[in-house]
Design a protein around this ligand. Structure first.
Ligand code: MIC
Ligand code: SF4
Length: 641
């Protein structure tokens, strides 16, 4: 049978189950990545698994999310992560080395391989032909321990690219167009596989921008074939030996096909507060901007930053616009310094930020009250910038620069001829930022600071559970709503009791107090509950507060598995009416929970409302076992291969 690229890689890595859409399959994972904000909890779990050394071909621990070090907490986390890496044979990428996805693309990703990362933008590596999936830290810890990664085999959508991008239209506009057409729920259960004659017109960094933001579609992952352009780019990174042609069989079959003519696209922009709220840049031209940010794992490649530098050369950003630039990696920063691109940026009035996530995750550079922030990033959820009432827009670096210079949203086509930017023949190695583990691992001490607390655990649920509805929310609730990030909360990622005080704090400041007072209860949500980040804190912290189940109309993939992994049941409403009539504070009771888990349906009694309703609980056999054990950690302790 002629396989598409996705299923070729899945079949090569399948160790359990049948690789057919809808079936649960166990995959061998070649590489893993973690970042500091999800990594500490992932490694605390790895430590309980009783392994001597990681079982993957390569595992990398990055520090890129929280490098503010406004107190001892982050510095201690970094030291812990560095010592765990040395202890278990993991490569450590020091703070300043760059954003995990950009660095992984440059240095480690391999076409045709599998990568599992505790960050939702792990699919960036699909830009060089990897099956790269974002998951919670526990799944990554299990993969490092040599256990298979279980996933529902996806449906594959072929995105047939034809034509070529017009001047000033970019890869960002390609993915914004898909978001405009398909929405933030459009990719659930799917892999987007790019194909067609348009592929060879896109460079690796452009492909990576597209696969990165496939996460915003809710997709399992996105992938491009690897070809001569991939080989050329890897060669410049000094990694020609890692090249491997990864392509679909000719005549490969797909579940669906989307046709996209690149030449028809125009510059696009996502309006507040969702990445799929997309319109033409020209539709909102003239909107005054207060701040412009260039960077993030979506748009901080060398090509992007050189383009920005060339556009800023000899120009001045007006005093009422604050322009910030964060290069994607230390390597990118080094080249833009050597090529005088940085000088052009500084001369124009840009502020240089560290080569980390920074403003993207609300770590500094927050906009002013009610301010408009234009970002080349991938998420513009309400409050994520760190300023509750800011209005955040997402666009390409080209649109961002045109707008920064004009002080208002501007179509980049007004800038005349686009600059031509050449990739360097070879990138500098700058190995000092990457620390390889010692040959001999025994005797390495793990260093733990006082803010690093053990992971709380849940016990198995009984047959009867009861509790009240602690909170009722609407559609598309993000993990940023459930467990906000930012400079105040991020330092608490290694301390679940402390971070749990902030659960839903931006939605309902009394949530944690109410949950604790009532000894837990239920959360009620609408469609696509838990979209966005892979942070398992959005499950772990509610679990710590006693949340028994989330009853929603539908769930995002990563958050649903995180809930199951930490012993919270993801229950699905049978109808919109059932969702509508349930109210906050209603008392709910389930009498047949365990048998209900087996049949996939649980009857809930609304004691306050005086009626019963049935919720779905469709779990795979493996997930049922996890739910009955009260979470996966109870099952995998000491289970390392
Ligand atoms: C994000 O973009 O929201 C993050 C921060 O990178 C998260 C991970 C986290 O919360 O630590 C993600 O995308 O998974
Ligand atoms: Fe970092 Fe932002 Fe990318 Fe998340 S989306 S990995 S916070 S740069």
């Amino acid at each position: 049978m002629a396989d598409n690229l996705t299923y070729k890689i899945l079949k090569e890595h399948c160790v359990e189950g049948r690789p057919e859409a809808g079936e649960t399959v166990g995959l061998r994972i070649d590489q893993t990545l973690t970042q500091d904000a999800t990594g500490t909890v992932a490694y605390l779990q790895l430590e309980t698994m009783g392994i001597e050394r990681v079982q993957t071909d390569l595992s990398v621990s990055y520090v890129d999310h929280n490098t503010l070090q406004s107190g001892f907490e982050n510095a201690d986390d970094h030291r812990y992560l560095m010592s765990v890496a040395a202890r278990y044979g993991i490569v450590f990428s020091r703070p300043g080395s760059g954003i995990c996805h950009q660095v992984h693309l440059e240095r480690f990703g391999r076409p045709g391989g599998t990568l599992l990362g505790s960050d939702s933008h792990t699919p960036t590596a699909g830009g060089i032909g990897m099956i790269a999936v974002g998951v919670g830290g526990q799944d990554v810890a299990c993969a490092m321990a040599g256990l298979p990664f279980y996933i529902t085999a996806p449906r594959v959508v072929k995105v047939e690219l034809t034509g070529e991008l017009s001047p000033w239209v970019t890869a960002k506009d390609v993915i914004l167009e898909l978001l405009r057409c398909l929405s933030v729920k459009g990719g659930v259960g799917k892999v987007f596989e790019y194909a067609g004659p348009g592929v060879s017109t896109l460079s690796v960094p452009q492909r990576a921008t597209i696969t990165n933001m496939g996460a915003e579609l809710g997709a399992t992952t996105s992938i491009f074939p690897s070809d001569d352009r991939t080989l050329d780019w890897l060669t410049r990174q000094g990694r020609a030996a890692d090249y491997n042609p990864a392509v679909a069989d000719s005549g490969a079959e797909y579940d669906d096909i989307i046709e996209l003519d690149l030449s028809k696209l125009q510059p696009l922009i996502a309006l507040p507060h969702s990445p799929d709220n997309v319109v033409l840049v020209s539709d909102v031209a003239g909107t005054k901007v207060d701040q412009v940010c260039i960077g993030s794992c979506t748009n901080s490649s060398l090509h992007d930053l050189c383009t920005v530098g060339r556009l800023l050369e000899g120009k001045k950003v007006p005093p009422d616009v604050s322009l910030g630039v964060s290069p994607g990696s230390g390597r990118v920063l080094q080249v833009i310094t050597e090529r005088s691109v940085l000088g052009a940026m500084i001369g124009a009035g840009a502020r240089l930020l560290e080569s980390v996530c920074g403003p993207c995750i609300g770590m500094g550079f927050a906009p002013p009250s009610g301010g408009v922030s234009l970002r080349t990033f991938n998420r513009n959820f309400e409050g994520r910038t760190g300023t509750a009432d800011a209005r955040c827009y997402l666009c390409s670096p080209e649109t961002a620069v045109a707008s920064a210079l004009a002080g208002a949203v501007t179509d980049p086509r007004e800038l005349g001829e686009p600059p031509h930017v050449e990739e360097p023949e070879s990138y500098p190695a700058s190995e000092n930022m990457i620390i390889y583990p010692p040959e001999e691992l025994t005797g390495v001490e793990i260093t733990r600071g006082p803010n690093i607390k053990p992971i709380p655990q849940r016990t198995s649920p009984g047959d009867i559970v009861e509790g009240s509805v602690l909170l009722k929310v609407g559609d598309n609730i993000t993990t940023d709503h459930i467990m906000p990030a930012g400079s105040k909360i991020l330092p608490l990622r290694s301390n679940i009791p402390a971070i749990s005080e902030y659960v839903f704090s931006s939605v309902d400041s009394d949530f944690a107090t109410r949950a604790k007072k009532r000894g837990g209860g239920f959360i009620v949500g609408g469609e696509n509950y838990g979209q966005g980040s892979s942070r398992e804190h959005a499950a772990l912290a509610p679990m710590y507060l006693g949340v028994i189940a989330v009853i929603a109309r539908s769930f995002s993939r990563i958050h649903r598995s995180n809930l199951i992994n930490f012993g919270i049941l993801p229950l699905v409403f049978g109808s919109k009416e059932d969702y509508d009539r349930l109210e906050r504070d209603d008392m709910l009771k389930a009498k047949d929970l365990l048998s209900g888990l087996d049949v996939g349906e649980i009857t809930l009694q609304n004691v306050t409302g005086g009626y019963e309703f049935v919720v779905g609980c469709e779990l795979s056999d493996r997930e049922k076992e996890i739910a009955k054990a009260g979470g996966r950690l109870n099952m995998v302790k000491g289970a390392g291969a």
